[in-house]
Design a protein around this ligand. Structure first.
Ligand code: SAH
Ligand code: SF4
Length: 419
């Protein structure tokens, strides 16, 4: 969207409260993401009163929810444009209409359109880029709103992805992260037998230095993808593989379509193929009626896998999903207490993930000066470990340097730049 706005002549501003157009690109995954948006809208309301020419737009996943859109229409009069995830390509038209009519412009499509290739883009970094390979999700995990807000799975054509990556390489980019809600389902909707694993092998040949990808679904993570991680030098030895729960009954009610054993089998295979791999995950605690015993199975799984990081969440009820109708006997207090216990294990995993590199030399793609102290710079190692080291040489930004790890912390590691 920043790219589209730039092509219309707008410039990116760092001061939203004093901008001509403010777009809130929203997330609906959990209730607290939405709460934050209502808060920001409150602040914008005052600004809009002082500057009525400012265009305020709200887009992304929240407008795809009927309840949220109704609330926006009823209680947030000052919002000029409301548009959904499938209307982004229409942004120029929506802004034009808002200026022209001076009345609210609302456009939310319930079904997805086609993928717009070659849309103008603004990239935040000059050496790292996100590359969407697919949109939407067909999994329908019972707690999750994504299939409703993002629509069905749509994969981009491999040729479009490969040429985008080749162009990034020729523009000096070093690292790409392939994006999709379930990248392992890549290509299924195109009806060809070209899979995500094939894409990894092809992208490895483009000369890009580092490839990462997110997110993977444990059921769809296949042998070819795991093989590609072992075979392709550019595919980094880190995998984010959301497990959600370690209990078979909960996994079943979540509609995750795998068991504890299925998950462990894939983890063991990954460790066989990429022996030093780092594995991170997503976990939900307090799914409706989750018992202490079921929660214990999640802790057991964490200990068996040895996750080196995780995004951990308390279950958040999303209207319109099957889980929202499930009765729930677990108190909020209990859910918070479980989250605390889980995080103790996860945080120890983060630290262990740094400790294992002490004394070793890691390759760090330098992002820039570090907040960790004067004359310090930072970047991420191949295993996606945030690494700080002493240097003030700005010419290192965007380069891969060797760093000897000296000090492991919970959230990062410190090392010395090798000559
Ligand atoms: N497609 C990815 C990630 C989707 S959203 C996947 O399937 O793994 C990112 C994470 O948010 C999920 O992995 C899940 O852990 C969490 N999440 C999704 N819906 C949630 C809900 N209703 N309550 C709490 N956490 C949720
Ligand atoms: Fe949501 Fe991920 Fe499940 Fe899709 S696979 S429904 S995005 S949790």
């Amino acid at each position: 969207m920043a790219g589209i706005l730039e092509s219309l002549g707008y410039k990116l501003s760092s001061d939203p409260m004093n901008s001509d157009v403010v777009l809130l690109n929203t997330c609906a995954i959990r209730e607290n993401a939405e709460q934050r948006i209502w808060g920001v809208l409150g602040q914008l309301k005052g600004r809009k009163r002082e500057n009525p020419d400012m265009i305020v737009g709200i887009c992304g996943c929240m407008p795809q929810e009927e309840n949220a859109t109704n609330k926006l229409l009823e209680s947030y009069d000052f919002v000029d444009i409301v548009f959904g995830t499938h209307n982004r390509n229409n942004l120029p038209e929506l802004i034009y209409q808002a200026y022209l009519t001076k009345s609210k412009v609302v456009e939310v499509l319930s079904t997805q359109g086609t993928i717009l290739e070659n849309a103008p883009k603004v990239r935040e970094s000059k050496h790292k880029a996100w590359v969407n390979i697919m949109f939407g999700c067909d999994e329908f995990c019972t707690y999750c709103i994504v299939p409703y807000t993002r629509g069905r799975e749509r994969s981009r054509h491999k040729d479009d992805i490969i040429s985008e990556v080749k162009e990034l390489v020729s523009n000096g980019y070093k690292e790409i992260t392939l994006l999709g809600q379930n990248v392992n389902a890549y290509g299924k909707d195109l009806g060809s037998d070209y899979t995500f694993g094939d894409l990894l092998y092809d992208l490895d040949k483009t000369g890009i230095e580092r490839i990462r990808y997110t997110t993977s679904h444990p059921r769809d993570l296949d042998e070819k993808t795991m093989q590609a991680m072992a075979d392709c030098k550019s595919v980094m030895p880190h995998l984010h593989l959301p497990v959600q729960s370690g209990d078979d009954d909960i996994l079943k009610i979540m509609n995750r379509k795998y068991t504890y054993d299925d998950y462990m089998t894939k983890i063991n295979r990954l460790k066989e193929l990429v022996p030093d791999i780092s594995i991170t995950t997503d976990i939900i605690v307090g799914f409706p009626n989750e018992t202490e015993e079921q929660f214990q199975n999640t802790l057991k799984l964490c200990n068996n896998v040895g996750f080196e990081g995780a995004f951990t969440f308390i279950y958040s009820k999303r209207e319109g999903t099957p889980a929202a109708k499930m009765p729930d006997s677990i108190s909020e207090e209990e859910k918070h207490e479980r989250l605390t216990r889980l995080n103790q294990i996860i945080n120890a995993g983060y630290k262990a993930g740094h400790e294992r590199f002490v004394g070793k030399v890691v390759e760090v793609l330098v992002d820039g000066p570090s907040k960790h102290g004067d004359d310090m710079m930072c970047g991420y190692s191949s295993h996606l470990k945030l690494t700080h080291f002493k240097s003030s040489d700005m010419s290192l930004i965007g380069k891969t340097v060797k760093v000897k790890v000296t000090e492991p912390k919970t959230w990062f590691m410190i090392g010395e730049l090798c000559e």
